[in-house]
Design a protein around this ligand. Structure first.
Ligand SMILES: [Zn+2]
Length: 270
């Protein structure tokens, strides 16, 4: 599943091709994505200039003066900028054609992605109630500490809660908790302010690094499988059950926590 770094890499890749261009046509081959594509897409987008390509959590926003197209890659989606005349494949569900003969094409075998409309001045319900961006100044240790007071839920679940902070997925949560020395199952309310400061700082470093690597190692912006393969060699705990901890040599353990596979070092994390 594309995680925040892959979505940000996609944003940077498509922004360079789309910003400043006018959308000439929306070709919708299948409307039944995760949610049906609304009629507003064909009504509002053609003729509009894409002012900016933004990202909020794992949503991409193509901003025009009338509002924004809200795109999500789902589990298996990818976006490419292609020559508009390129024949569409089986899973190419929509194209947004632009004024230079090219098109933004969405491919998604599993159809968990979406294309929705957010009128100017509105916040789409999917974006309402989201926590801060992890790389923004609004996200820090004090933010985590304040929101976790009195909470007995596992700290890993709290950092993965989109209402607390967006975009810290399973891999990044496991890695950040290891970097901060915090056991993933520890009650969130029992983690100190100092340790939350370390956790927030670690999450920022890991995500920023992944984005940077995504931007430099991906060929163009096409990433068909969405898997963070470029990041694999550097993982400290994720996917390493039974292998020695890179710090202390103890075997890395795996367990299910909140229905997610969770990896940690029993010696380094407490
Ligand atoms: Zn260890």
């Amino acid at each position: 599943m594309p995680e925040l770094p892959e979505v940000e890499t996609t944003r940077r890749g498509i922004a360079a091709h789309l910003e400043g261009h006018r959308i000439t046509r929306a070709i919708l081959r299948r409307r039944d994505l995760r949610w049906p594509i609304p009629a507003a897409i064909e009504r509002e987008l053609p003729g509009r200039r894409i002012e900016m390509v933004d990202r909020r959590a794992k949503y991409l926003l193509l901003g025009t003066v009338a509002g924004s197209a809200l795109l999500h890659l789902g589990m298996s989606g990818s976006l490419r900028v292609i020559d508009a005349a390129t024949p569409a494949g089986k899973h190419d569900h929509y194209d947004l054609e632009i004024d230079d003969g090219r098109a933004l094409r969405f491919n998604d075998p599993r159809r968990f992605g979406c294309l929705l409309w957010q009128p100017a001045g509105d916040v789409h319900p999917l974006l309402a109630g989201l926590g801060p961006e992890p790389l923004s100044a609004d996200f820090d240790g004090d933010h985590l500490w304040r929101l976790s007071r009195g909470r007995r839920a596992a700290v890993k679940g709290v950092v993965m809660d989109q209402a607390v902070v967006v975009g810290v997925g399973n891999i990044y949560a496991s890695e950040a908790l290891f970097a901060a020395g915090i056991h993933p199952a520890r009650a969130a309310g029992r983690v100190s302010r100092e340790r939350y400061a370390r956790l927030a700082a670690a999450a920022k470093v890991i995500l920023a690094h992944a984005i940077e690597r995504g931007g430099t190692t991906l060929r163009d912006f096409l990433r068909p499988d969405g898997a963070p393969g470029y990041f694999e060699q550097e993982l400290m705990v994720y996917g390493r059950a039974g292998q020695p901890c890179r710090h202390c040599g103890a075997p890395i353990r795996a367990r299910m926590l909140g229905q997610r596979n969770t990896f940690f070092c029993p010696h380094c994390q407490h």
